[in-house]
Design a protein around this ligand. Structure first.
Ligand SMILES: C=C(O[C@@H]1C=C(C(=O)O)C=C[C@H]1O)C(=O)O
Length: 282
């Protein structure tokens, strides 16, 4: 039996869904592949991983090849606390200049482009850069970071107070009134064919981890303090504020995002959300 390769986003935001993830009784062995979202997006596209969390944008690009796992996502209604734009001048001025975009993201960098163009009619100069805030700010008027890179830069900035910080989840919600989904759990259609009887067990193991983490967040909070830093209070709020569902509200927000991405030519087709269910094959 070939191994099932499952991507694992290398950021704390996905911990609730992985912390207790123990797929049992799968016919094939399971291997976890940790990496930042942009690396997982590419590995998934090339077939080097079979399933797992990817940027919602990457699902949109390759939607014909993937199916979504039900009720799993990384979403927020308003502030995310880890999708942050750091600015050294007011937004309106920065939008006429240069914006550095982290190379680890796909959803958030395109969310920024959508907000810039559709809300502000702006088309700044974008430069992709590795997620190092100081180097980014040497080259740009504002810098977008995600995940733990954003969290660490935020703490650092609290000490030095150098930059204004805007939260993209909040910008999106204030503008559209909608939820935003940053990551979805996708499976390659090919993997549905090669591992048909294991999919249900893996979906169930993810769902169980999520429920366990939501009901007892303390172990995750303690581990985050030890491994990443920060206070217990920060992580309690962070995990409680993120949302891991993929229900009608999250789907509506994501559909609007895909509509705008299509209108701006960031994605070349209308994206349909194709969600896996036990009774559906392929
Ligand atoms: C909430 C977050 O969502 C993330 C943002 C992603 C993106 O911009 O492509 C992808 C996956 C998520 O890890 C975060 O990174 O903080």
């Amino acid at each position: 039996m070939s191994t099932i390769r499952i991507g694992q986003i290398d950021y704390t935001n996905v911990w609730p869904i992985f912390y207790h993830f123990r797929p049992e009784q799968t016919l094939s062995p399971v291997e976890l592949v940790p990496a930042v979202p942009s690396t997982l997006n590419k590995a998934m596209k090339e077939g080097n991983i079979d399933m797992g969390p990817i940027s919602a944008f990457a699902y949109g690009v390759s939607s014909k090849d993937y199916v979504l796992f039900p009720d799993l996502s990384v979403s927020a209604y308003g502030a995310v606390n880890s999708i942050l734009l750091f600015l050294n001048k007011p937004l309106i001025e920065a939008l006429e200049g240069t914006i550095a975009l982290t190379t680890s993201s796909a959803t958030s960098i395109n969310l920024f482009k959508i907000i810039a163009k559709k809300r502000y009619g702006a088309q700044p100069n974008y430069i992709p850069m590795d997620p190092q805030l100081d180097r980014m700010m040497e080259n740009a008027d504002a810098a977008l970071l995600i995940g733990d890179h954003a969290i660490r830069a935020y703490w650092d900035n609290e000490q030095h107070g150098r930059y204004q910080v805007l939260d993209l989840g909040q910008m999106w919600q204030e503008w559209t009134g909608h939820w935003m989904t940053f990551a979805v759990w996708a499976v390659r259609k090919q993997a549905l064919v090669s591992h048909p009887s294991d999919i249900g067990r893996i979906v169930e193991a993810f769902e169980q981890s999520k429920q366990k983490s939501i009901h007892s967040p303390d172990p995750l909070i303690q581990t985050a303090v030890q491994r990443v830093g920060g206070t217990e209070q920060f992580w309690r709020h962070y995990f409680a504020n993120l949302n891991y569902d993929f229900g009608p509200r999250q789907q509506q927000g994501l559909q609007l995002y895909f509509k705008y991405a299509y209108e701006l030519g960031l994605i070349d087709h209308h994206v349909q959300l194709d969600i896996w269910s036990e009774n559906k094959v392929g």
